[in-house]
Design a protein around this ligand. Structure first.
Ligand code: SF4
Ligand code: SF4
Ligand code: SF4
Length: 179
């Protein structure tokens, strides 16, 4: 089985937010909420400062607390690519998953269920790339199978320095930031 993930090149990202707009449009994300967002982080000491710009979303963690805590089984690991999804019909909107996610990746849709990035599984299952990946004008986002050593994501991770977010949380995120 594939294990989908992303490698996102922070050197190429210019923070244009095309990925954010594409996601909102593709997934009809309600007003006031986002499935992806741009984060900036400044490190170093003046005048030697470095700013990292990142497109962030659910990390589709290998050890997802949002799945482990869900009382109804609504939050689950999908058969295809191990993507973490929510079965909206089973969700009771209890917010346990929202509280458990250390990345703030989830919100409660005004209709009462938990929502977040799906890795655009509806597109991927048709052989398309996730909407955010497909529109990026600098081609900084790469999506694919982390378990295939020949995939573009695996090759990038093998050849570039990278990090993931909050590794100390023990969630084993599957989005990696190339530096
Ligand atoms: Fe769950 Fe948050 Fe990990 Fe996504 S990033 S799988 S919502 S814990
Ligand atoms: Fe499960 Fe829904 Fe509660 Fe999240 S809000 S833990 S998906 S029942
Ligand atoms: Fe949104 Fe799809 Fe990108 Fe996830 S993969 S952030 S759902 S466009």
């Amino acid at each position: 089985m594939a294990r989908f993930g992303m490698a996102i090149d922070t050197v190429r990202c210019v923070g244009c937010m095309d990925c954010v707009v594409a996601c909102k449009t593709e997934n009809s994300v309600p007003e006031g909420f986002n499935r992806d967002w741009i984060a900036t982080e400044v490190t170093g000491t003046f005048p030697t400062l470095h700013m990292e710009i990142r497109s962030e979303r659910c990390n589709h963690c290998d050890s997802p607390p949002c799945v482990h805590c869900c009382p109804t089984g609504a939050s689950h690991v999908h058969d295809v690519g191990g993507v973490v999804l929510v079965d909206y019909d089973k969700c009771i909107g209890c917010k346990a998953c929202v509280a458990s996610c250390p990345y703030g990746a989830r919100f409660i849709n005004p209709s009462g269920y938990a929502e977040k990035c799906t890795f655009c599984i509806h597109r991927v299952e048709q052989g398309l790339l996730p909407a955010c990946v497909s529109v990026c004008p600098t081609h900084c986002m790469h999506f694919g199978d982390l378990d295939d050593p020949n995939s573009e994501v695996s090759q990038l991770l093998a050849s570039r320095n990278h990090h993931s977010l909050l590794p100390e949380a023990g969630t084993k995120p599957r989005i990696f930031y190339l530096t």
